[in-house]
Design a protein around this ligand. Sequence first.
Ligand SMILES: [Zn+2]
Length: 192
Amino acid sequence: MVERARSFAQSKADWIAERLQKSTRLATPFQPGAQIPVRGRWTMLTADDSLRVARLVNGQEAAIRAPTRDGLFAARVLRLLVAQARLDLTARVQVHAELVGGPTPVLAVKDTKTRWGSCRQDGKMSFSWRLVLAPPSVLNYVAAHECAHLRHMNHSKSFWDLVRKLDPDMQRWRLWLKEHGASLHRIGAKSP
Ligand SMILES: [Zn+2]
């Protein structure tokens, strides 16, 4: 069962990756009609002026519905994605921090340019909100990676052994980020 769940997650991640490569060589601004990946699903951005804030709808077709008032459609979509990233990261960090036996870390979600996550000596963590655009397994790997730093403040063999214990498929998700990280950075960027 675990194996089946794993291969399902992997085939889904492959599909997201393929489409990312095709469709996001150019910037994808947050505007009605655009499609962006959210938690491993292609999600349609849709104008809905009956709403007050943006909402993620996970029906048969995934959508983010947001009001366009005051020209703030893109800002509302971004706010929703940052909030969702914070929720997802908090949940995974809690799980891994408990396994590592550390205290529950305080985390910040930002638009980091060069790193997907970081962990300070005092246990404070920062993550890129863009991880919510990747398949959930990728976000989970970055959470596991930073939690392993609660025990090892380096990238020693013991560190990587611990990451592998927290996430046996870590190598795959690490590569996924190397290959597709740049595409994630073009999502929500303004048109050139
Ligand atoms: Zn690290």
